[in-house]
Design a protein around this ligand. Structure first.
Ligand SMILES: Cc1ncc(C[n+]2csc(CCOP(=O)(O)OP(=O)(O)O)c2C)c(N)n1
Length: 662
């Protein structure tokens, strides 16, 4: 490594250390240990290794950097600020303050240059593997034998915490299997976690573990030594054929004379005296938030080169577009995530014979959409033959082969969900992922983060109630509708028949955020009342599918497979001289967004006794049926039996409901 570069990167590292300890001290909260321990790694990545243009943070062929150990956010903010992203010194000074661009953990929607939101340990690795896979899929689609327009890589820093999380094992195993040769993970092995020495809770051989996953593993004994880092990165850059990990031994809180190497520096400010002592030891001036001019000058010069690198690529990209008009057309469709104007009509015309299971209807829709929407990719956690999430005409992604569109995630639900977010973050794909509804719990925190990030992911959750039958209570979702509806920004849609399935897909595509499609295992009849336009039906969230002929005695509101039951109850009531309105309510979130007038036209006024019918817990239903309403719901975990017996056992029959409501 040439001396000049080594000197300046050393100064960058010192600056990162200083900024990090000052910002944490000023906020009086945060994690100085990781940024101080990884300062050289940050300096090397942003000062030398990564390809990026801070003035165009979304450049398609940029390298991605993900700080999976998100608590060390000051490392990332320091690097982004110094290298010229839209982050100022004032932003650094406002670390962890209300409405600042420098929240406690990195949030991609908040800060330019942050590739994904991290903090819940391990999930950044999931997002990273998703991003790396998306880049491989883009490269397979768009590169030609003579023109390479996508050859960027995903770099990650993860710590001991990420390493211990189960999700990291899931996605590392899949990344190794798929031979993602664009993924480089730097494992900050500082042997310290929040609570104390790592040795108190882990002692595995990480190198062997990752080699067993099919990764190349490198070890740097002293990753605070820039020359050692340079040597290893020079190796890592060569002939990559699979994911690579650098086990980088660092000293947590390096630079703090009294706290470095201990858990005391992991998650609390150093204290004014230790900050002073650290600066003295490091040869930094006492002045807070000090940045030497040379560091600014270095990044200013670098910026010119970065801009030129992107410009050169842009020229290549323009000529690629001219030479490959078909591919360029696909690219345009993908970058805009365009929905054809006539998609609703196309969906309505898909022939689906009733009765049909929600999952089967969804597969029929998916296979039509696959031809229309090149950006649709996805797969299942080893349940595609059961959740029916396979695009029949398209190949499966396999090790080293990324031209397919079906992804076999294996039995790795949490990893799958985090990867889906990573794939969506390409802004060129809308991923769908499938499993049984009950396993949404395994994915829950990734769904929550996806909603926080407002990423466009479609979850297909099938086997949506006790009516999945014989598999029994371990597999029967009970509290899951309520649990998913509780996630802000997640659109939860439970269609009642094939028509509603079609319109639910439209809702999922139209919404720039995550959607959970909740689909039945068992057959559903075709309901006449659902055959209205998107805007009059599913798009409203709830709508009347059986209008009363006179003032109603009952308002019946139901979702999914229970809508047809509600219709049967209404007929039975009619026979007894009682009038009922029936409302299908596939999506609470969409309904809650409707105008006051519309909401009142469905639920307002004297509509008689209000009854909700849904084979899940009652939580939330009283918002629509009022305190005196009757919620026909589940109060236990179900049972293993044929579904017709379960309907009787748990009161989801016309007779049982009539008895309760009369
Ligand atoms: C899923 C999850 N569990 C717990 C935490 C709380 N937490 C934040 S950092 C940390 C320890 C991480 O240790 P390590 O990765 O070694 O970080 P370092 O000590 O090097 O900063 C814990 C438990 C979290 N952020 N996410």
């Amino acid at each position: 490594m040439d001396k000049e570069l080594k000197d300046i990167l050393g100064k960058v590292a010192l600056t990162i250390r200083g900024l990090s300890m000052d910002a944490v001290q000023k906020a009086d909260s945060g994690h100085p240990g990781l940024p101080m321990g990884c300062a050289e790694i940050g300096a090397y990545l942003y000062g030398h290794q990564l390809r990026y243009n801070p003035k165009d943070s979304k450049w398609l062929n940029r390298d991605h950097f993900i700080l999976s150990a998100g608590h060390g956010s000051m490392l990332l903010y320091s690097c982004l600020y110094l290298s010229g992203y839209k982050l100022t010194l004032d932003d650094i000074k406002n670390f962890r303050q209300l409405h600042s661009k420098t929240p406690g953990h990195p949030e991609s929607e908040m800060t330019d240059g942050v590739e994904t939101t991290t903090g819940p340990l391990g999930q950044g690795m999931g997002n990273a593997v998703g991003q790396a896979l998306a880049l491989k899929m883009l490269a397979a689609r768009f590169n030609t034998p003579s023109e390479t327009i996508i050859d960027n890589k995903v770099y990650v820093i993860m710590g001991d915490g990420c390493m211990m999380e189960g999700i990291t094992s899931e996605v590392s195993s899949l990344a190794g299997h798929l031979r993602l040769d664009n993924l480089i993970v730097i494992y900050d092995a500082n042997h310290i976690t929040l609570d104390g020495p790592l040795a108190e809770s882990a002692s595995e051989d990480t190198k062997k573990r990752y080699e067993a996953y099919g990764w190349d593993v490198y070890v740097v004994e002293d990753a605070n030594d820039l020359e050692a880092l340079d040597r290893v990165f020079n190796e890592v850059k060569k002939n990559q054929e699979r994911p690579r990990m650098i086990i980088a031994h660092t000293v947590i809180g390096k630079g703090s004379p009294n706290k470095a190497g201990t858990f005391k520096v992991h998650g609390s400010p150093l204290g004014p005296e230790e900050v002073k002592a650290s600066k003295e030891a490091l040869g930094l001036p006492e002045e807070p938030f000090y940045v030497p001019n040379e560091v600014h000058e270095f990044f200013k010069k670098k910026l010119e080169k970065d801009i030129a690198t992107e410009k050169e690529w842009q020229q290549k990209f323009e000529s690629w577009k001219k030479n490959n008009p078909e591919k360029a057309k696909d690219y345009e469709k993908m970058i805009k995530l365009q929905i054809p104007a006539d998609l609703e009509e196309t969906l309505k015309k898909i022939e689906i014979k009733a009765p049909v299971a929600g999952r089967k209807a969804s597969q029929d829709v998916l296979n039509v959409l696959a031809d229309q929407l090149p950006y649709l990719v996805g797969g299942s956690a080893d349940l595609s033959v059961s959740d029916l999430t396979f695009m029949k005409k398209y190949p499966v992604i396999s090790p080293g082969h990324f031209e397919g569109r079906n992804i076999k995630f294996g039995v790795r639900e949490f990893g799958m969900a985090a990867m889906a977010t990573g794939i969506a973050e390409s802004d060129l794909f809308i991923p769908f992922v499938g499993t049984f509804l009950t396993f949404s719990d395994y994915m829950r925190n990734a769904i929550r983060l996806c909603a926080l990030m407002e990423q466009h992911v479609i979850y297909q959750f099938t086997h949506d109630s006790i009516f999945l039958g014989e598999d029994g209570p371990t597999h029967q979702p009970i509290e899951h509708f309520a649990a998913l509806r509780a996630i802000i920004g997640l659109q939860v849609i439970r269609p009642a028949d094939a028509w509603e399935v079609k319109m639910s897909w439209l809702a999922a595509l139209k919404y720039y955020g995550p959607t959970a499609l909740i689909l039945s295992r068992q057959n559903l009849p075709d309901l006449e009342g659902t055959h209205v336009s998107y805007a009059e039906g599913v798009g409203r969230g709830a709508y009347i599918i059986r209008k009363e002929k006179r003032k109603p005695d009952y308002l019946l509101v139901a979702t999914g497979s229970e809508v047809s039951l509600a219709m049967d109850v209404a007929h039975a009531l009619e026979k007894q001289g009682k009038e009922a309105r029936v409302v299908s309510m596939p999506c609470w979130e969409l309904f809650d967004q409707q105008s006051d007038d519309y909401r009142r036209s469905v639920f307002g006024g004297d509509l008689g006794k209000r009854v909700s019918i849904e084979a899940g817990v009652e939580l939330g239903w009283h918002k629509y049926i009022g305190m005196d309403g009757i919620a026909i719901c589940m109060k236990s975990y179900g049972a293993s039996a044929p579904y017709k017996d379960l309907a009787k056992e748990f009161g989801f029959t016309v007779e049982a409901i009539m008895e309760r409501i009369l």
